[in-house]
Design a protein around this ligand. Structure first.
Ligand SMILES: C[C@H]1O[C@H](OP(=O)(O)OP(=O)(O)OC[C@H]2O[C@@H](n3cnc4c(=O)[nH]c(N)nc43)[C@H](O)[C@@H]2O)[C@@H](O)[C@@H](O)C1=O
Length: 452
């Protein structure tokens, strides 16, 4: 692979052009390869890896990493084809160890939705605490593991692997029970969902099946696993959503009535109550985290914050000019996803299970987000934003602002990243990403795609 990269004539011909466009890119060994490649979302990275990547943006260190990654970018047809993954550098911490017969054993977590934004942050968090992390992934003909590729390790070092992936699906009850029986987790985090509110109007049955019935299937799998094995110490986390409050005015707390405004939100309400019911009926240690919007540079590109920051980056480097959006007056309580996964974990460390609202307690409109994001790079959003009716929803949630006083008091949690800092973090990462994208576009390695 390295020789192929170095000798390829296409790459040599393009070199001069690329050197020019790559002037502003930091390609030192300290720059994570993720910046160069894996932060090109929705790119088929496996294809990139098998193309002659421009040497101008790859030093020998990165080439070595690509060689390593290319080895593991093989199609995953079976579990044995997709070996266990983990961070090699993480050492088990004291938080997660349980002595069994005098032996120290790491705690075991099972995460559905491990390939999503929250799944990736939670995995990093738990690995750092010394957990062994198992993730359930859906089969897909395209790789959908971009967010966790950076913690992927050599399958031949399987003894070091503390993150493992398994095929399962929330719509397949037997797979859920089988993995519970195989893995014997201490903690189960149900983060998987069809999580896009607007899309839930397009695919309501599927959304209900995965979000509502999927949660019920997993709860039932946990209940029957406990009944069969006696492992009553198992703890369950259900990812709830501020969307459940819908049209109920702010501030919204654990005692605020739900008034869902979409199939997604109604399904989340069902999942919430299934979780409460299993706690009350069977004594399951089950918690609902009612999380307000939480964002990051890993946010999916068709959620409004990331859609905006991706556009800011691409407009800044000349890859895009217009940004099409819907309702700019909707107001959201936006926090940083990295902060919120800590709250999930904290909920499962309490003596008793309960439900908690996780929020920054600040609300901003989409327009305010635009002002800060475009303003950060000296642009005026009004020069670029075009209102497109297709992004309006059949029923909107106008105003969400959480009251997280219970969470702050009982768990001792509070957000570390504020609104402006969050926007800045996302814009900075997306400018870097756009610069790298431009190198590849200019060199003919990818098209300048339009916005999602
Ligand atoms: C907590 C909750 O958080 C998220 O749900 P969401 O709040 O619907 O997030 P969003 O980023 O799609 O929309 C935010 C607001 O922005 C408005 N908006 C305007 N123009 C566009 C637009 O062009 N695209 C999108 N997506 N939204 C737009 C849109 O109408 C809405 O009022 C999910 O993680 C969900 O899973 C979840 O649980």
């Amino acid at each position: 692979m390295c020789a192929h990269l170095a000798n390829n004539t296409t790459a040599s011909i393009l070199k001069a052009k690329i050197v020019n466009s790559a002037q502003n890119i930091d390609t030192s060994p300290s720059t994570p390869l993720t910046f160069l490649i894996f932060h090109l979302p929705y790119t088929d990275h496996s294809t990139l890896l098998h193309r002659p990547l421009p040497p101008a943006i790859l030093n020998p260190f990165h080439q070595q990493q690509i060689h390593r990654l290319a080895l593991y970018q093989k199609p995953i047809n079976s579990i044995s084809d997709r070996p266990s993954m983990a961070s090699e550098t993480n050492q088990p911490g004291s938080d997660s160890t349980t002595p069994v017969n005098g032996e120290i054993k790491p705690k075991i977590a099972l995460i559905t939705g491990i390939t999503g934004q929250d799944g990736s942050y939670l995995t990093e968090f738990l690995l750092d605490k010394g957990y062994e992390v198992h993730g359930l992934i859906r089969r897909s003909s395209n790789f959908n593991t971009q967010r966790i590729n950076h913690i992927y390790i050599d399958p031949h070092n399987a003894h070091k692997a503390r993150m493992k992936l398994h095929y399962a699906d929330l719509s397949d009850a037997s797979s859920l029970r089988r993995w519970l029986d195989t893995i014997n987790p201490d903690e189960v985090y149900n983060l998987a969902a069809q999580s896009h509110v607007a899309v839930s109007f397009e695919i309501p049955d599927y959304t209900a099946d995965v979000v509502a019935t999927g949660a019920l299937r997993l709860l039932e799998a946990v209940r029957s696993h406990i009944a069969a094995t006696g492992r009553s110490q198992i703890k369950y986390y259900q990812a709830g959503s501020s969307e459940m409050f819908g049209s109920t005015p702010p501030p919204q707390s654990e005692t605020t009535p739900f008034h869902p405004r979409s199939p997604y939100a109604a399904s989340k309400c069902a999942a919430h109550w299934y979780t409460v019911n299993y706690r009350e009926a069977y004594g399951l240690y089950a918690c609902n985290g009612i999380l307000f919007n939480h964002e990051s540079p890993r946010r999916g590109e068709n959620f409004v914050t990331r859609k905006i920051t991706r556009a800011v980056g691409r407009i800044k480097v000349g890859l895009q000019n217009k940004l099409f959006l819907g309702n700019l007056q909707a107001s959201r309580d936006w926090g940083f996803a990295g902060d919120y996964v800590e709250a999930m974990w904290m909920m499962l460390q309490q003596e008793k299970p309960d439900d908690y609202v996780v929020a920054t307690e600040e609300s901003h409109t989409v327009e305010e987000f635009l002002e800060v994001a475009f303003g950060y790079v000296g642009l005026n959003w009004k020069d670029h934003v075009v209102i497109d009716k297709r992004y309006f929803r059949p029923a909107e949630v106008d105003n969400l602002k959480g009251d997280s006083s219970k969470t702050r008091k009982v768990l001792g949690w509070k957000p570390k990243v504020g609104f402006e800092q969050l926007v800045k973090m996302m814009v900075e990462e997306d400018i870097d990403l756009a610069k790298r994208e431009k190198v590849l576009v200019d060199a003919g390695f990818m098209d300048a795609q339009q916005q999602p």
